[in-house]
Design a protein. Structure first.
Length: 320
């Protein structure tokens, strides 16, 4: 019987898969101190994005065989240190892109059509009446959607944009097959790859779907924001540190861009205070994949990866 540490609440069906082992946790978010103590005799960890699985933490786990990260990303895990210790690291790719793209598209609608601002007005009991010029927002039809990172989530977002009549451009390390995007709406322009400068210059909405790497950290900084249209919006469901939040606040205050929709934050869960003060910013608490079916599949995949490695079999979705 292996000892499995579950660092945060998980979907019950996934925990049922692990019932033949000694499972600790799964009912609350472990602090670093709790994890440091629990990981010492762990054979496996079912982890979340916020767990500090750095080299120091992994060095405390001489028995650890596998980390089942319940997320598509893994920037919280020291992959090099894990590899040196023979620890298999797994993630949950290919199962959350549609749900996350739904959320990203919802953020775009909220920001461009001022939906959050409008609901707050109604809930506050502010007097209002229909007026032809009341609460005007930006339209999406005929607008250009710039996708930074055309992976599975980026492509899913692009398909949604095309369905709404948006022209799609993207930036990535290499060309992607965009036939599914172009087939969504033949009335839109052919999807094309451009460099980042052009994407920033021509896009009406810039949506981030890239992993967090040294190259993408602060990919949206003050210089990038200066290149955007004053009528443009930025949407982030990728990783918070892809945007320099202080630069974003300064740009919004100066009217350099029109608004933003964020589900992730540079110092999550802390949010740069200036963002909280702005009506043209939509803020969500990192719920990109938080659809019940999606989270169920993610948890189950994490559990299956752990069980496979503990059984001496290859993981379904290894990182290293």
């Amino acid at each position: 019987m292996a000892r499995i540490i579950v660092t945060a609440p998980q979907m019950p069906d996934a925990l049922d898969l692990l019932r033949d082992h000694d499972v600790m946790g799964g009912d609350h978010f472990m602090t670093r101190e709790e994890l440091e103590e629990a990981i010492v005799d762990a054979d496996a960890v079912l982890s979340s994005l916020s767990d500090p699985l750095d080299a120091d933490m992994l060095a405390r786990a001489p028995k650890l065989k596998v980390i089942g990260q319940c997320a598509a990303g893994f920037n919280n895990v020291d992959i090099e240190a894990a590899g040196k210790q023979g620890i298999v690291v797994t993630t949950t790719p290919g199962v959350l892109h549609e749900a996350t793209a739904d959320l990203a598209f919802g953020l775009m609608l909220m920001a461009t059509r001022r939906l959050g601002e409008a609901e707050r007005l109604v809930r506050a009991g502010t007097p209002w009446r229909y007026d032809h010029t009341f609460m005007l927002g930006a339209g999406l039809q005929g607008a250009t959607l710039g996708i930074i990172g055309l992976g599975q989530i980026g492509e899913a977002m692009a398909r949604r944009g095309a369905a709404f009549g948006m022209d799609i451009v993207y930036t990535a390390r290499h060309d992607h097959d965009t036939s599914a995007v172009d087939a969504t709406n033949p009335a839109t322009a052919t999807t094309r790859r451009v460099d980042l400068d052009e994407l920033l210059r021509i896009s009406d909405v810039v949506s981030l779907h890239c992993p967090l790497t040294p190259e993408t950290t602060h990919i949206i900084d003050s210089a990038a924001l200066e290149k955007m249209k004053p009528t443009a919006f930025v949407i982030n469901t990728a990783r918070g540190a892809c945007i320099d939040e202080n630069a974003l606040v300064a740009a919004l205050r100066a009217g350099k861009i029109a608004g933003a929709g964020l589900d992730v934050y540079e110092h999550e869960p802390s949010i740069t205070p200036g963002l909280l003060e702005m009506e043209n910013v939509v803020l969500l608490p990192h719920i990109g994949s938080a659809a019940r079916p999606t989270r169920g599949v993610m948890s189950a995949l994490s559990a299956r990866n752990i069980l496979a490695v503990l059984d001496g079999k290859p993981a379904e979705t290894p990182v290293n």
